[in-house]
Design a protein around this ligand. Structure first.
Ligand code: ATP
Ligand code: MG
Length: 140
């Protein structure tokens, strides 16, 4: 298990999953990659009164801040860690990243930001379990 991917969306369940990913990475001597996917725009950028370049800049800044916060909340000492920002549909983008030869495990939270309390799994973790080419650990 050369590298473990952990998907973070800024939510508490994702952070809980990331803590477990850190623990596993340490025990297996794996590298850790923190991944955040910036979802596609729902509407064309001019609806927001912004150019595509401005929207992309905001997205990059948002993703960087989110990953900064995740890193700050984790104890990453002694681990080889990097971070990746992807764009598009979160489950598909994470699955594609997981296809890289050195990835041995993908770790996600069972829920994220879109907490509808009655749901057992969020749509991203649910879909990822179906399409990931690598084992997925869903942390409840
Ligand atoms: N944009 C994202 N980038 C990276 N990881 C994500 C993203 N969205 C969700 N995840 C991962 O998937 C886990 C489950 O989140 P998910 O989005 O499936 O649940 P939810 O937000 O509660 O429900 P839904 O989004 O379906 O309303 C998160 O804990 C996180 O690990
Ligand atoms: Mg979500």
């Amino acid at each position: 298990m050369d590298r473990i991917l952990v998907a973070v969306d800024g939510s508490e369940p994702a952070l809980k999953a990331a803590r477990m990913a850190v623990d596993i990475a340490r025990r297996f001597g794996s590298k850790l990659t923190l991944v955040h996917v910036v979802p596609r725009l729902l509407l064309p950028p001019d609806v927001y009164g912004l150019t595509i370049a401005e929207v992309e800049k905001e997205h990059r800044a948002y993703a960087a801040t989110l990953l900064d916060k995740a890193e700050a909340a984790l104890d990453l000492g002694g681990l080889e860690t990097n971070r990746t920002v992807l764009y598009g549909s979160p489950a598909e983008a994470i699955a594609e990243e997981a296809a890289a030869g050195d990835v041995g495990l993908v770790v996600v939270g069972s829920r994220g930001h879109g907490a509808v309390a009655r749901m057992f799994l969020g749509s991203v973790s649910d879909r990822l379990v179906h399409i990931s080419p690598k084992p997925v650990l869903v942390v409840h």
